[in-house]
Design a protein around this ligand. Structure first.
Ligand SMILES: Nc1ncnc2c1ncn2[C@@H]1O[C@H](COP(=O)(O)OP(=O)(O)O)[C@@H](O)[C@H]1O
Ligand SMILES: [Mg+2]
Length: 144
């Protein structure tokens, strides 16, 4: 487990980039934290470090965004989900999210509570807590 204090969005993205170095593809990453904690900001840093040139935008209204990468040795795709507005299990079924679980794909999910815990065991769980306006406590654990 690592626990780091971030003082800015850039620092949060740098912490995400450090996590990205450990990824090879096939991982599911759970992002936990209040609204505005920095989950999407963290994902931006992660995606950029993996090699996405597209700017990661919050998928709050689209539920899921997909980014293709070509410069990484083993990762070809990043899927960024936000289940904040998710209530129903059948909505989840309609997404056919299981199709995205491939060895060349990293899946990152904000508000992953909607996911069935058995099938969606995270490789890493990232917790972001507000400390003050600009500071966040970021805890990264394997599994959980
Ligand atoms: N240390 C920090 N880490 C991440 N975001 C920060 C930090 N300090 C300020 N912010 C701001 O907090 C907001 C986080 O928003 P966002 O990443 O969309 O949060 P979430 O996805 O968790 O709702 C952004 O406006 C960002 O600029
Ligand atoms: Mg977000």
């Amino acid at each position: 487990m690592t626990k780091t204090l971030s003082h800015s969005s850039e620092e949060t993205q740098a912490i995400a980039a450090e996590l990205a170095r450990h990824l090879v593809g096939g991982e599911f990453i759970a992002l936990i934290g209040d609204l505005g904690a920095g989950k999407t900001t963290f994902t931006q840093g992660l995606a950029a470090a993996i090699g996405s040139t597209a700017r990661v935008k919050s998928p709050t209204y689209t539920v899921m965004n997909e980014y293709v990468v070509s410069s990484h040795p083993t990762i070809r795709r990043i899927v960024h989900c936000d289940f904040y507005r998710f209530t129903k299990a059948e909505e989840l079924g309609a997404l056919e999210l299981d199709e995205y679980r491939r060895l060349d794909t990293v899946i990152v999910a904000e508000w992953p509570d909607a996911l069935p815990t058995v099938a969606w065991e995270p490789a890493y769980t990232v917790r972001i807590e507000h400390k003050d306006d600009q500071s966040r406590i970021i805890t990264i654990e394997e599994g959980v």
